[in-house]
Design a protein. Structure first.
Length: 107
């Protein structure tokens, strides 16, 4: 559960700069194990892994998590805060996500 924290500490020490952590599809293991009946163990693992990597990690500059489960509504993120949530249907980064949505104003 401390592997990402330890890795970021080693990277910071080696490169002399705080780490940017990218975690893609963090929610896939959680959705897969639900079908097999051991989701409690996986939630415990993922929650503690993320708390170690994100909350108590002095080597971390910032982190980006991608997934389909909305992080602000999930109990696995108990103990974590300061999230900014950006949806793929939002306009903030639409040119980077590859999905352009135009908002029209009806008069």
């Amino acid at each position: 559960m401390t592997s990402l924290k330890k890795l970021s500490e080693l990277l910071e020490r080696h490169f002399g700069a705080r780490v940017i952590l990218l975690i893609d599809k963090y929610d896939v293991p959680l959705t897969k194990v639900h079908e097999n009946g051991y989701s409690d163990k996986m939630v415990f693992l993922v929650r503690n892994l993320l708390v170690q990597a994100l909350k108590t990690n002095e080597s971390l500059k910032f982190a980006v998590l991608t997934g389909c489960i909305c992080i602000s509504r999930e109990s696995i993120f108990t103990g974590l805060n300061n999230f900014n949530i950006f949806s793929i249907i939002g306009v903030e980064f639409d040119e980077y996500f590859g999905l352009r949505i135009k908002r029209f104003r009806i008069i």
